[in-house]
Write a protein that binds this ligand. Sequence first.
Ligand SMILES: Cc1cc2nc3c(=O)[nH]c(=O)nc-3n(C[C@H](O)[C@H](O)[C@H](O)COP(=O)(O)OP(=O)(O)OC[C@H]3O[C@@H](n4cnc5c(N)ncnc54)[C@H](O)[C@@H]3O)c2cc1C
Length: 418
Amino acid sequence: MSASVALSDLGIPVTVFESAPQLGGRARGLIYQGTQLDNGQHILLGCYLQTLRLINKVGGNINVDFLRLPLQLDLNGEFSLRAPHLPAPLHLLVALLTSKGLTISERLNAIRFMLALRRINFKIPHDITATEFLSLHNQDTALVHKLWEPLCIAALNTPIHKASAQILLNVLRDALNNLRSDSDMLLPRIDFTTLFPQRAADYIKQRGGNIRLGCGVESLHLLDKFIEVTTAQGTEIFSHVICATQPVAAARLLRSIAELRESVAQIDSLEYQPIYTLYLQYPAHINLPHPMLGLLQRHSQWLFDKGQISVQHGLIAAVISAEGIHQGLSHEELAQKVIAELHEEFGIAEQPKWFKVIAEKRATFCCSPKLQRPLQLTAHPRLMLAGDYTAGDYPATLESAVISGLKCADVISAITNQ
Ligand SMILES: Cc1cc2nc3c(=O)[nH]c(=O)nc-3n(C[C@H](O)[C@H](O)[C@H](O)COP(=O)(O)OP(=O)(O)OC[C@H]3O[C@@H](n4cnc5c(N)ncnc54)[C@H](O)[C@@H]3O)c2cc1C
């Protein structure tokens, strides 16, 4: 959608083929029991500049569409950190210094670490795992456990012992090192399909583009000057194609194209990590102490009070990122664990009226060190790849997906202007 918006702006007509009956992909709204949910609770960071710009461009208003919270981590009594209104990176240093749940030497250790990262410009010569990197910088067990591990899992959706230190540093660099607002956390007040792709679709249609829902691409065939796109509705030809599916679907579509062998091999080498989101509808008076808070050593890693975020009173979302023992539980068993945790941690004794577990088994690629992610530009000049898994500085995020689409649009506009 980001590529299509950018191309529409340039007066280049686009056709978007979407196999699902609705837009949004891995960030989509859905209705359950008459309640608006998302396939997963999404958080944007203030440094996701391209995504936020695009939401505003297609008719959103990021000041209205999001609950914007200054950087804060609250692990329900185990640890808390809150950034004061100071310029970056002072806001982070003061937040670390005044955080609760760590000894003074641990807090100074975290500050020394952040200053060391600034000195090396958040770049390491050879990528290693986040666990190895943190240990090289003497970040002890409590610091890793309460601060770096929750941050790493939330940002990279990858267990810390498998996660790329360099990609983690890229996120820390962009979120913590420039403007204070970059580290803000933005929680959508509306569902994700409405927030961006539906508005983008309207924007594209107003500029002459086509959006075909429920119209999956079955095959691509490269001709001399065109690419044939075949769907259940027939075959059409286009000058350029941006393949913007999730990686497994991209590999399936591209496998038969000899020139794309290298891109397909890179996609095939990706591994995946899940994200589970459990929604629980409690009576309307039930709420949490904060809109968003974390738990340590629990199934629920992060809890979101949708009453405080999107006026959906009594609705709580529990998010479990990356692989773990929860994958061995049935949805009913997982829900019972989370219900017990809410009881023990917050005294919520009532039972929810309903719950819904959404298990995205391939939520993101596993963001491990030295990954060879496929470039947007492939060996075929008229066929490009977009998506969160393509080459870039960020882990699998909305921002990496958006940036990849914009890069493809840039290439096409440069070619068509020649
Ligand atoms: C539960 C969950 C929580 C997440 N939380 C966050 C978060 O807090 N912050 C964040 O930044 N990111 C988060 N992410 C990651 C983020 O959602 C993804 O990085 C982003 O949505 C990827 O976008 P994409 O366009 O690359 O791919 P997708 O969203 O997967 O879009 C690909 C689209 O291609 C369509 N498609 C597939 N095959 C075909 C075909 N043959 N023909 C036509 N269409 C096809 C699919 O239906 C889909 O709509 C989360 C992801 C999940 C699953």
